[in-house]
Design a protein around this ligand. Structure first.
Ligand code: MG
Length: 410
């Protein structure tokens, strides 16, 4: 009995918040603000690029437009064939960004652990927040109403026991709805859906699955997993797991812009053990380094964030001598910043982020970075010059220069 109760309490709860027809709603909102009398959300309408410049592609369609078969990325001309008197408006990326930022700011304020998934979607880890905010369904209703009241656009909130289930749930009937898809509701709510509704099931995978006689998510969930992996490789494994509602990926905070890259994690227990906290920092350093290298960027500042059981959050910033994208450098400095910040209280959340990013590393290549295999002659010269300036000329020189010198002297 106790186990059963504990099991219930400890169930993970994740929410997925998704703006309904985001670009269309946001464009409509802008027009209303500018004095338009028509709310495009209630009309057969689309957002589309410039037809005269061959950009006449439907970027977003209103719910009434979707109901009669108008979808992105259809040609505007084809959409007009479906409905001649279609309302068409242009995209406004700056305004979209502003709407997105507003919503994310509220989410960030309410939830210590959230993950922006795209411009109009995010996940939040609700498990721990239940103690503060209570029942998730009631809170989700409050949240969606609050977003509407503050910003004037509607969202769907999906609730599930992991990110996949929450994401699937938010995609159920729209707009302005809260849906649950708990593990014990998969059979009833997810299995009957067509396979194309499964998250990450693209066109070509769906065609292959269809040829195997797999029409619904339930068909896929009950299919032989080994056969699937044989045909679709790792994608087969992933889709099979998704069809069965399996996904243990964490909700991870990401700071995903030019200003910074970072990660944070709400810990399962309140942690006082420094080695555990260090290992989290190490893990974040790895990911940050990878992300920087992928984008060809280097960072100059490191920020460690700690939240204690009191929910008080503190940051410590450290300016580095050199720009870096090297894991060891990031980790070493993260530990320094952490030690300056930590007051030995149990830690609830830990985060690491780098900022001040640029795409030049000046002379800051580390000689000891194994990952940085390619050093150009020019870069090597700079390094050598710097060392020689610091320690006296002739301290180091390039091997082949020396060989040349020897040849001449002979
Ligand atoms: Mg959306």
């Amino acid at each position: 009995m106790l186990k059963y109760i504990l099991g219930d309490i400890m169930d993970r709860i994740v929410m997925h918040i998704d703006v309904n027809s985001a670009f269309l709603s946001w464009s409509s909102l802008k027009l209303l603000k500018e004095g338009s009398k028509i709310d495009l959300r209630n009309e057969i309408s689309v957002v589309s690029g410039d037809e005269s410049k061959r950009h006449g592609i439907v970027i977003a369609a209103s719910i009434p437009a979707k109901k009669i078969g108008i979808r992105s990325p259809m040609n505007l001309a084809d959409a007009r064939k479906i409905y001649r008197d279609l309302y068409v408006t242009k995209p406004d990326r700056e305004f979209y960004k502003e709407c997105s930022k507003n919503m994310m700011r509220l989410i960030k304020y309410l939830f210590p652990t959230y993950e922006q998934f795209s411009i109009d979607e995010c996940f939040v880890e609700y498990t721990e927040m239940r103690k503060m905010y209570g029942d998730e369904v009631k809170f989700a209703h409050k949240l969606k109403d609050e977003i509407y009241k503050r910003y004037g656009f509607t969202v769907n909130v999906g609730i599930g026991n992991n990110k996949l289930l929450a994401k699937m749930a938010s995609d159920f009937e729209k707009p302005n709805k809260v849906h649950t898809l708990y593990s014990n509701e998969i059979k009833e709510k997810m299995n009957p859906l067509p396979i194309r509704d499964l998250f990450m099931a693209g066109k070509s995978a769906c065609a292959k699955l269809d040829s195997l006689g797999i029409k619904t998510i339930g068909d896929l969930a009950n299919y032989d997993q080994n056969k699937l992996v044989g045909i679709l490789k790792s994608q087969g494994k992933m889709l099979y797991e998704y069809a069965n509602g399996i996904d243990d990926s964490p909700v991870e905070n990401r700071y995903d812009d030019r200003k910074g890259i970072g990660f944070s994690k709400t810990l399962e227990d309140d942690i006082e053990d420094k080695t555990i906290l260090y290992s989290e920092l190490n893990n974040f350093s790895k990911k940050i380094s990878l992300e920087l290298k992928k984008r060809g960027l280097y960072a100059r500042t490191i920020v460690v964030t700690l939240r204690y059981t009191s929910f008080k959050t503190y940051n410590h910033q450290l300016k580095l001598d050199n720009n870096t994208n090297i894991e060891e450098d990031i980790f070493k400095n993260a530990k320094l910043a952490f030690n300056k910040l930590w007051n030995l209280e149990p830690v609830r959340l830990i985060g690491l982020r780098v900022t001040d990013m640029s795409n030049n590393n000046d002379i800051q290549l580390s000689l000891f970075d194994e990952n940085q295999k390619i050093i150009t002659d020019k870069e090597l010269d700079k390094i050598i010059d710097n060392i020689n300036k610091e320690f006296g000329s002739g301290t180091v020189f390039k091997g082949y220069d020396n060989m040349k010198k020897e040849k001449i002297e002979k």
